[in-house]
Design a protein around this ligand. Structure first.
Ligand code: FAD
Ligand code: NDP
Length: 458
């Protein structure tokens, strides 16, 4: 007699949930996945994929301008049909959702439409119906978090910003993280007047200082206004749109306002605490190295655990869970040297420690190259690229690689392998460059940046 309806029931068919459940299904487990919205989750439906398609669209603005320097002639300025772009983007998301559904079917995963909640250690309730499972996987992701200020009901999150059918004239973006910076780049490139309001002195807290300074400068050159050390106190609707009131009495007029002030784990109303599942101080599911919660049969992966909130991490956690629990192939996640990118204009690629983080561990050598990319000799564009290596002085090991410039995410993905292998600066230097590329700069940096601490001792 089978004790449970399923071996595994997953709540949330996003990046992590789909990977874990389809692998478990493929290994012969009886599986179901509960989804309240669209299959694919944040990344496919309202995150990475639609965002990247809009980033591609935005890049054409620079490409058209740059082409003039290479002898191309056409009517300037070209116009974007934004409505058509959104329609085509949505068509691609429909196609991808279909692919995800097919993958689930092919791996014998039952898709249950509805909102799931955990009733007890082995029971999931979906809109009044109960199913039992030997193991439950919570993969419910995260949702935009916003401060509770007067007028906050007038703002949109990235969810809506990906679906605007008409372009506003003036957009205010609040926040200085990944989403704010990426959307500032997209909307600025298609002609929207963008003002970004950040409470800190610079964008992208946690990234290397050279990256932050370079990118902020390039964004400002392209026309994004960055209001630093400014806090929004309230928002008012006016006849023409909205007024954003800042702390020192300043006001900004806007047609739309985007809040990108972080995301919170989707754990509310899931019945987790009543079932004995511990949440941490930010409401994320507290899990061990095997993604197991405080209840033995309940596991959690992805953004709802607030470890590293990136798609490839959610997918890797899902795989580790499925391999460990359903394929007798225990895998532990390794959170070291996870690369990431900001798809800004120009983009950022980064892996390993920032200079500041590395200095906290011991003496480092810093190599920085700041240059005008070859493409812009003829295009005439006033755009700089920065590449940086952070090297542990004692061991010569490269601890961090950072880049702002065209193709930075593509370039840094390869460098992430080198860091995973523990590559030294000498090994970078022994690598022959590919010429002419920007990437070759990473293997030809010979000049150590003068160390401010050493200089002060002289
Ligand atoms: P999700 O993909 O969010 O999936 C969770 C699913 O659970 C959702 O489908 C939701 O509807 C469902 N759900 C929630 N509660 C319930 C319930 N009670 N019952 C049933 N279903 C439920 N990461 C990158 O690596 N690269 C990027 O370029 C990138 N860009 C991003 C851009 C944006 C605008 C955003 C918002 C995020 C971006 N991310 C990016 C982050 C990435 O999307 C997330 O880290 C990733 O999707 C997390 O996967 P997940 O499986 O944890 O959750
Ligand atoms: P982030 O955590 O990256 O940034 C949040 C920003 O909002 C910070 O600049 C923070 O300021 C600011 N902020 C927080 N609270 C307030 C407040 N009350 N008032 C004003 N400003 C505030 O979050 P995002 O929303 O940009 O993105 C969420 C996550 O999604 C990312 O952290 C990342 O994990 C993932 N993501 C990844 C992408 C990628 O890989 N390319 C793209 C998009 C999202 P401060 O710096 O002062 O703390």
């Amino acid at each position: 007699m089978r004790r449970f309806d399923y071996d595994l029931v997953t709540i949330g068919a996003g990046s992590g949930g789909v990977r874990a459940t389809r692998l478990a299904g493929g290994y012969g487990a009886r599986t179901a996945i509960v989804e309240q919205s669209r299959v694919g989750g944040t990344c496919v439906i309202r995150g990475c994929v639609p965002k990247k398609l809009l980033v591609y669209a935005a890049h054409f603005a620079d490409d058209f301008e740059d082409a003039l320097g290479y002898g191309w002639r056409f009517d300037m300025p070209p116009e974007v049909d934004w409505g058509m772009l959104i329609e085509r983007k949505n068509g691609e998301l429909d196609r991808l959702e279909g692919v995800y559904k097919r993958i689930l079917r092919d791996n014998h995963v039952e898709l249950i439409d509805g909102t799931g909640r955990v009733a007890d250690a082995h029971t999931v309730e979906i809109d009044g119906r109960s199913v039992t499972a030997e193991r439950i996987l919570v993969a419910t992701g995260s949702w935009p978090a916003m401060p509770d200020i007067p007028g906050i009901e007038h703002v949109m999150s990235s969810n809506e910003a990906l679906d605007l059918t008409e372009l506003p004239n003036r957009l205010v973006i609040v926040g200085g993280g990944y989403i704010a910076v990426e959307f500032a780049g997209i909307y600025n490139a298609v002609g929207v007047e963008v003002t970004q309001v950040i409470r800190a002195a610079n964008i992208l807290r946690g990234f290397d200082e050279d990256v932050r300074t370079c990118l902020a400068g390039e964004m400002e050159k392209k026309g994004v206004r960055i209001r630093r050390e400014a806090v929004v106190r309230s928002i008012e609707q006016t006849n023409e749109g909205y007024t954003v009131m800042l702390d020192h009495g300043d006001v900004i007029a806007a047609d739309r306002i985007l809040y990108a002030t972080g995301r919170a784990p989707n754990t509310r109303g899931l019945g987790l605490e009543a079932a004995g599942v511990e949440l941490n101080q930010v409401g994320a599911v507290a899990v061990d190295v095997d993604s197991r919660s405080s209840v033995e049969s309940i596991f959690a992966i992805g953004d709802c655990t607030d470890r590293v909130n990136l798609t490839p991490v959610a997918i890797a956690e899902g795989r580790a869970f499925a391999e460990t629990q359903f394929n007798a192939n225990p895998i532990k996640m390794d959170y070291g040297n996870i690369p990431s990118a900001v798809f800004s204009q120009p983009p950022v690629g980064s892996v390993g420690l920032s200079e500041a983080a590395a200095r906290r561990l011991g003496p480092v050598d810093i190599y920085v190259s700041r240059f005008r990319p070859m493409k812009h000799t003829l295009s005439g564009r006033d755009e700089m690229a920065v590449m940086k290596l952070v090297v542990e002085r004692e061991t010569d090991r490269v601890l961090g690689c950072h880049m702002v410039g065209a193709d930075a995410p593509e370039i840094v993905q390869g460098l992430a392998i080198a860091l995973k292998c523990g590559a030294t600066k000498a090994q970078f230097d022994a690598t022959i460059g590919i010429h002419p590329t920007a990437a070759e700069e990473f293997v030809t940096m010979r000049e150590r940046r003068p160390d401010p601490e050493e200089e002060s001792q002289v």
